[in-house]
Write a protein that binds this ligand. Sequence first.
Ligand code: 5SP
Length: 271
Amino acid sequence: MTNKELQPIICPSLLSGDFAFLARDANYMLEQGAECHFVPNLTIGAPVIKSLRKHTKGHLDCHLMVTNPESMIDDFKNAGADGITFHIEATERGDGRSITKEVIHKIKSSGMMCGISVKPNTPIESIFDFVESIDFVLIMTVEPGFGGQSFMTHMMPKVETLRKKYPHLPIQVDGGLDPNTIDAAAKAGANIIVAGSSLFKPGQNPKDTMQLFRDTINKHKPNCICKISDYYYFRKVIYILVVWTFNKASVMYTNTDTIIILIQSPGITTQ
Ligand SMILES: O=C(CO)[C@@H](O)[C@H](O)COP(=O)(O)O
C-alpha cells in the first residue's frame, strides 16, 4: 500500500465481453478511456491471457475466483498478467491454516500488483492483517461468478469501515456497478470501479459511463477531504502553534481533533 493520492480507476470486466473477440473488446474499452483492469474468472484461464497479451497493452488485472490461487500465480505471470486478485476465503482455510502471506509474497515478488477480495458474507476484519502489504482491497458487491447481478447496497458499510481505517488504501468494488449505483459506492469511499454489463451494454456509450463514474468519485471527494486547501491547513497549523504558545491546555482540547482530520484528509484525495 502506498501513500499516493487516490485516483478514480475504471476497470471493465471482460466477463461481459464477447469471448470470441476478447482482444477487440479489451482494446475498445482502452480506447474509450478505461484504465483497463480486467477481471477474468476461471472461464478465462492463463492460456487466454497469454493470447490476449499479444493483442492489448491494457493492464490485465486477473481476479482469480478459485480455491487454489497459489497454484496459478506462475502461470498467470508467465502469461503476461499485470496483477492478481485472490480471495481471502481461499487462503484462510480454517483450522488455523493460512497461506495468505505466502500468496501475497509470491504475487508481489513476481512483480505483479496484488489485491485481496472479500465475498459478501465475509467480514471485512478478515483482511486487516494483510492490508499493509497489498495494493488494493476488492469488496465484492455481488456473489462472485456472474455478471448482470444486482448491486448489494448493504456491502457499503464494509467500504466505509475500510476507508475510515485506511484513508490511503485503493478500494475496489465489483458487481452491479452502473449509473444508478455508483453514487452509493463512491460515497462510501470506493475509488476503483469494476463494471461489466453497464459498460458492455449494447447501445450504451462506455466512454460516457466511465466519465460518470469518475465524476461521481470526484464529487464525493469533498466529503472525504473536506475541501481543505493546503493554505487553509497551513493557517490552521500556524493558528494552533500560536495559541499553544499562549495556552497549551486549551489548544490541546479544542484543536487536536481538527488537526487529525486535516492530516487524514489528503489521503482520500482523488485528484
Ligand atoms: O467477476 C464478476 C462477478 O463475479 C464481475 O466482474 C462481473 O463481471 C461484474 O459484472 P456486472 O455486475 O458489472 O455486470
